[in-house]
Write a protein that binds this ligand. Structure first.
Ligand SMILES: [Zn+2]
Length: 630
C-alpha cells in the first residue's frame, strides 16, 4: 500500500529563477511543410564538463516519447568554434561536452524530423526541440522562446507574446514570448497554419478562453454556430463541475486535417487536439468527436493540477509510474463524456450508445481473463506503441489488452457516481467528490498537487462512508472475466445485443467497418475492410482457426463484401451448415468453416423497466444558465 503523501508544490513563472539567465530558444517552423523543424538554442553554462539533455518521458504520454530518432543535425558551438560531444551510454537523450574556459554560453543547433504536419498545418510540442542542463528540476530552469512560422500563418498557443501579434490578422514571421520555465514551455505547444481562426469562448467570464482552429482549407476553420454554442456551454459546464480553474487563460488548439483519426494531448493552459478535416461539418461528425475537447479540458484539473505522485516527476529523465492512470485518464474519460452530453455536443441517447460500445468492447477483450485493468495502467510505458500506434488493434490485441484504463475507467467512475447516488439516496453524487478532490489549494497559476490511492479513498469517504478501498481494488486490480456493468445497471440500463446497430454505432461503422463482425463472428478488420486485423479469443472465428493478417476472399461462395458477410450470417441462423470462408494468407489460399448461428450482434443499452433513469440525470446540464457559472 502507498503511504499518504501531502507533497505540494507550485511552479511560478516569475520569481523562482529571477537570478538565472534564461535559455533562449528560437523554433524555426518555416520548413514545417517539408516535415522538418529547426532550433537555435543558447544555453548558459559554466566552463568544464557539462551534460545537456532532451526530454524522454513526456507528460501526457506517460511513456518515452520516442523523439530520439527524430532529433538530427545537432551541433554545439561556443565563441564561434564547434564543440565535440558524446552521447551518454545509458541515457541516450543526454549529451556530454566540455566547455572551454571563459565561455558562459553554448549555442546548439538541432533539427527535428516530424510527421505532425501537413502542407498547411504544423504542431510543435516543445519536447521535440528543447535542450537544457541535465539533473535540474525543469520547473527551476528559465527559458525564453521565439517562434518563426511561414508568412501569413496564424499561431495558436497559451504562451504570452511580447512582440506584436494579432491573432485575427496573422502575418507569420517571428513572434517572441515571455520568459517561462522549461516545465511550462514543454506544457505550452504551438499550433500554426495557413488557415487560422481564433474564436473567444464564454467571453462573459473574466478568465479568457479561446479556440484556435487550424485546417487544410479556409472553409473548414469556419465553425458552425451550433458547434461554437456547444463549446461555450462546455466552459460553463466544466466550471460548474470542477470549480476554480488552475490556468490564467485557456486555449483549445484544434487541427482539422486528414480523412480519419484524431486525438489530443492535455496541458495546463491549452490542449493540442486534432479531428478529421470534415469532422465538424455535420452533426454526425460532431457526435463522433464530441468527447475530445471535454476530455482534454478536464485534464487541466484532473491530470495537470491533480496528478498521481508517480507521474509528477521533477524532470523528463525520471521514469513515470502509471499505476493510477485509471484516475488520471479513467476519471477524465468518464467526465469528458458526461460534459460532452451536458454541453449538447452529443445527445443523452448517443451518450448511452457510446457507453454501450465501451462496455461491449471491454467485455470482448479476452485478455481480461489474465490481466487486470490496473496492470494495463502499470505497464503502459511498455504497451504504449502497441496501444496508441494502432488504437488497440492488431493481431491478438484482444488477448494482450491495450490502454484499457480509459474505457474501464469510464465504466468504473460511472459505477462510483451511481454508487454515491445510491448510498446517499440521491443527495450526493460525483460532483461532491470532485469538490473534495479538487479543493487542495493552488491558485489560478498552474500548479501540481500530487495524490496517491489512499487520498482517493479518503476523499470518497468524505463524501459517503463505504469500503472504497475494497471497491476500487476489486474493480481495478482484480481479474474480472466480465466487464463492470454495475454503473449503468444502477443507472437504469442493461447491456444487450441486437441485430441492428444503434445510431451511434451505425455512424461509427460508416467511418470504419473495423468492428462490424467483432461481437458476432469475432473478427476485426483493417481499414481496407478485407484484411483480418484481430480474432477474438473464444469466438467462432477463433475456433475455426482464422488468422490475423488473412484476407477474406469469399464467404458462402460469394466474393467477399460486407453485404455478403451479413447474408452469410443471416443464413447461418437457420442453416445446418457452417459459414464457408475462402482466405488468402500471403501467397497461399486456404478454406475454413466457421460454425456460427447467432446472427448479427451489436451492443446497446436497454432500459430496465421500473428503475430510475439515473443516466439521463447524469447527462443533464449542471450549469445554471448560459452566461452564468455557479
Ligand atoms: Zn486523457
Amino acid at each position: 500500500m502507498l503511504r499518504r503523501t501531502c507533497v505540494f508544490f507550485l511552479f511560478s513563472a516569475t520569481f523562482a529563477f529571477a537570478q538565472k539567465t534564461p535559455i533562449q530558444i528560437t523554433a524555426d517552423l518555416t520548413e514545417a511543410p517539408r516535415k522538418i523543424y529547426h532550433a537555435e538554442i543558447d544555453i548558459p553554462v559554466t566552463p568544464g564538463p557539462v551534460a545537456l539533455i532532451t526530454p524522454k518521458w513526456i507528460p501526457g504520454h506517460h511513456s518515452p516519447g520516442n523523439t530520439l530518432a527524430d532529433i538530427t543535425g545537432v551541433v554545439f558551438t561556443a565563441n564561434g568554434k564547434t564543440l565535440p560531444w558524446r552521447r551518454d551510454d545509458v541515457d541516450l537523450y543526454e549529451y556530454h561536452l566540455s566547455v572551454p574556459a571563459g565561455v558562459n554560453s553554448v549555442h546548439v543547433h538541432l533539427d527535428c524530423i516530424t510527421t505532425n504536419v501537413t502542407p498547411n498545418v504544423a504542431v510543435l510540442e516543445w519536447e521535440r526541440l528543447i535542450m537544457y542542463p541535465a539533473g535540474t528540476p525543469v520547473r527551476e530552469i528559465p527559458i525564453q522562446a521565439s517562434v518563426t512560422v511561414p508568412a501569413g500563418w496564424g499561431i495558436g498557443t497559451s504562451l504570452t507574446p511580447t512582440s506584436s501579434y494579432d491573432p485575427q490578422h496573422p502575418a507569420g514571421g517571428t513572434v517572441h514570448y515571455a520568459a517561462t520555465t522549461v516545465e511550462m514551455l514543454e506544457d505550452s505547444p504551438i499550433m500554426t497554419g495557413a488557415y487560422f481562426h481564433e474564436y473567444p469562448l464564454a467571453p462573459e467570464l473574466s478568465t479568457k478562453h479561446y479556440i484556435d482552429v487550424i485546417g487544410d482549407s479556409a472553409e473548414v476553420v469556419e465553425i458552425r454556430p451550433t458547434v461554437l454554442e456547444h463549446w461555450n456551454r462546455l466552459i460553463h459546464e466544466a466550471w460548474a463541475m470542477y470549480g476554480q480553474p488552475h490556468y490564467r487563460s485557456y486555449h483549445f488548439l484544434l487541427a482539422l486535417r486528414g480523412a480519419q483519426g484524431g486525438g489530443g494531448l492535455e496541458h495546463h493552459e491549452s490542449s493540442d487536439n486534432s479531428l478529421p478535416e470534415r469532422a465538424l461539418t455535420t452533426d454526425e461528425g460532431e457526435m463522433l468527436g464530441a468527447g475530445l475537447l471535454p476530455h482534454e479540458f478536464t485534464h487541466s484539473w484532473n491530470g495537470k493540477y491533480r496528478r498521481p505522485a508517480g507521474l509528477a516527476t521533477p524532470d523528463y529523465a525520471t521514469p513515470m509510474k502509471g499505476e493510477l492512470l485509471w484516475v488520471y485518464e479513467g476519471l477524465t474519460d468518464y467526465l469528458g463524456e458526461v460534459l460532452a452530453a451536458r454541453c449538447g455536443a452529443i445527445s443523452a441517447e448517443h451518450y448511452r450508445e457510446a457507453l454501450a460500445l465501451d462496455a461491449a468492447n471491454m467485455d470482448a477483450t479476452t485478455g481480461r481473463q489474465w490481466r487486470s485493468t490496473g496492470d494495463t495502467a502499470i505497464s503502459i510505458s511498455g504497451l504504449a506503441t502497441a496501444a496508441f500506434g494502432g488504437r488497440g488493434a492488431g493481431a491478438w490485441a484482444n488477448w494482450r489488452r491495450s490502454a484499457d484504463y480509459y474505457p474501464e475507467g469510464n465504466l468504473l467512475w460511472l459505477d462510483v457516481d451511481t454508487t454515491i447516488r445510491k448510498l446517499t439516496n440521491n443527495s450526493k453524487n460525483l460532483h461532491d467528490f470532485m469538490t473534495v478532490y479538487l479543493n487542495k489549494g493552488g491558485g489560478q497559476t498552474p500548479s501540481v498537487v500530487p495524490y496517491d490511492f489512499n487520498e482517493i479513498v479518503a476523499d470518497l469517504n468524505q463524501v459517503v462512508k463505504n469500503d472504497w478501498a475494497g471497491f476500487l481494488n476489486d474493480r481495478v486490480n482484480g481479474i474480472n472475466p466480465h466487464v463492470n456493468t454495475e454503473g449503468f445497471e444502477q443507472g437504469g440500463y442493461r447491456l444487450v445485443y441486437t441485430e441492428k446497430p444503434n445510431d451511434y454505432l451505425k455512424a461509427s461503422l460508416a467511418r470504419s467497418a473495423g468492428r462490424e463482425f467483432w461481437f458476432s463472428l469475432g473478427l476485426a478488420f483493417d481499414s481496407d475492410g478485407v484484411t483480418i486485423s484481430d480474432v477474438r479469443v473464444g469466438s467462432a472465428a477463433d475456433k475455426a482457426k482464422l488468422i490475423p493478417g488473412q484476407k477474406v476472399m469469399a464467404v458462402n461462395g460469394r466474393v467477399y463484401s460486407r453485404e455478403a458477410m451479413h447474408a452469410a450470417i443471416r443464413q447461418g441462423k437457420t442453416s445446418s451448415t457452417p459459414i464457408h470462408f475462402i482466405l488468402q494468407n500471403e501467397s497461399l489460399v486456404t478454406e475454413a468453416d466457421v460454425d456460427y448461428r447467432d446472427g448479427d450482434r451489436y451492443p446497446t443499452l436497454q432500459r430496465i423497466e421500473g428503475a430510475p433513469d439515473v443516466l439521463d440525470e447524469i447527462a443533464k446540464p449542471l450549469a445554471q444558465a448560459a452566461g452564468k457559472s455557479q
